[in-house]
Design a binder for this molecule. Structure first.
Ligand SMILES: C[S@@+](CC[C@H](N)C(=O)[O-])C[C@H]1O[C@@H](n2cnc3c(N)ncnc32)[C@H](O)[C@@H]1O
Length: 205
């Protein structure tokens, strides 16, 4: 039986060519506003975007920073490379697993990820890697959907999770805020734009 890692990778490789279209409506209605809010908080000159996907965040990249983007799906990355070329985006794109980053400790001022930790097979391991490569005093910024804090909604999300995961490769019942809090960050803050499912998380190392 394929590992969770292999299954997730296969799903993203499969949906990559349709990903932007599949997400089009929610992107326009909700996500683009949230992306703008989180990217406005990026600081420093060395920025790492983890789980870059098809490059949906390129529009929000700061002009003066050195940008690096990683993703473990070669087909998602291929879509990002097409977008990079079309829009002349300055970013070094690399195929890499967030659970095992090739970068040295304390390399980046900001590490940012959007809608990533719903699908990372071992999320705590990935978050520890984000902590490791972030500079002391630097920040990890995350925009994530998590298990609702409302009990009825949470039960429904737990029930539906296997089906959603099989179709989309993403879990809808992750406890990402708790997982970030379990890392060694000095502070973990939630942006007021957060709701009971969507969270904008800022963690300071
Ligand atoms: C839901 S998509 C989000 C893509 C993009 N961040 C966005 O906001 O549209 C999740 C992305 O995370 C990537 N991913 C999942 N697990 C990963 C891992 N362990 N290492 C690197 N990338 C991973 C997938 O390949 C996919 O591109």
């Amino acid at each position: 039986m394929p590992s969770e890692h292999e299954q997730t990778l296969k799903r993203y490789n499969r949906i990559a060519p349709f990903y932007d279209v599949m997400e089009g409506v929610v992107e326009g209605l909700f996500f683009s506003r949230l992306r703008k809010t989180i990217w406005a908080q990026v600081q420093g000159s060395d920025i790492l975007e983890v789980g870059v996907g098809t490059g949906k965040n390129f529009a929000y990249y700061p002009q003066q920073a050195t940008m690096t983007g990683i993703d473990f799906s070669p087909v998602m990355l291929q879509q990002a490379k097409i977008k990079k070329q079309k829009r002349n985006v300055q970013v070094d794109l690399q195929q890499m697993d967030v659970e095992s980053l090739y970068y040295a400790d304390n390399s980046f001022d900001t590490v940012i990820g959007t809608f990533l930790f719903c699908s990372v097979p071992r999320p705590k391991r990935g978050l520890q890697e984000l902590y490791r490569v972030c500079k002391p005093g630097g920040q990890v910024l995350l925009l994530e959907h998590v298990l609702s804090s409302q009990p009825t909604m949470a039960s429904m999300m737990n029930f539906l999770n296997p089906a959603v995961k099989a179709m989309m490769g993403a879990n809808i019942n992750r406890q990402t805020v708790k997982n970030v809090q379990s890392c060694a960050f000095q502070k973990v803050l939630l942006d007021p734009a957060s709701g009971h499912i969507i969270k904008l998380i800022k963690a300071i190392k």
